[in-house]
Design a protein around this ligand. Sequence first.
Ligand code: DAK
Length: 261
Amino acid sequence: MSNYENLSIDNQEGIVLLTINRPKALNALNGLTLKELDQAFSEDLKNDEQVKAVIITGAGDKSFVAGADIKEFLHIPAGEGGQFAKRGHDIFFAIENFPKPVIAAVNGYALGGGCELAMACHIRVASSKAKFGQPEVNLGILPGYGGTQRLTKLVGRGRAMELILTGDMIDAAEAYRIGLANQVTEPGEEVAKAREIATKIIKKAPLAIAESIKAINACETEGANGYDTECEAFGMLTASADFQEGAAAFIEKRKANFKGV
Ligand code: DAK
């Protein structure tokens, strides 16, 4: 595992708690933090067999991630913004397509790039103190890490239009009501709830989980036929040892012992 400056990684029984650790800047995503997220999701956590699930949260009790680091991205050379957006998209795709479950434990502000990071995760658990928003229009830009797409898919076109065009923040209860948050907890309990969900998921057959993530994501991938992806995945899984084990365990009325093959 790499040494990280702005991320802390704590693996407990296969569930990694990844904390974005820049509390003085409300955990804003600067270039180094993005680079470290890329390293974590494209290599370190992906290739580590001891890692079964990841929970992302923010350091401190005020903020998950208050956006991209405004002081830093102000200095992006004119004409290079599109390139920066593409690099950011690749990092967020690595999270969205991560083959093990990724859960956002949103402990406070999830604004701009922070809301986009939470949306790239597979599931979002929010503290009742959390606030979500895409305030980029206040700065003269638009969401640049996939927010126009993921928010629209999660909450629908009308609500995405309202949130992005007004730049308004919404609280956790409203995020839950519109489908942006999966669950809301008392403050301070969001990581425990995310851990409870992750614990449940990692008891299932790992290949079935990875293929489910892939097939669900295919629903929203341009050019992919999600039904074809589902058929292929189903074919592969019915040939897996874990399918034999799962079916045998059901018939023998015992717990399945999945091996991920
Ligand atoms: N960037 C940098 N520093 C930030 C920050 C941010 N996004 N958010 C907060 N901070 C810093 C503040 O500057 C302050 O630092 P000091 O002044 O103490 O040095 C410290 O964190 C504490 O913040 P506040 O004093 O403002 O705390 P409050 O409780 O008063 O207010 C707040 C909390 C979250 C309401 C406020 O901090 C705020 O409005 N923050 C900015 C929120 C925001 O607009 N976020 C969206 C940023 S736009 C790109 C792709 C995507 C993006 C950019 C580029 N490319 C492809 C190139 C994404 C853009 C965004 O996310």
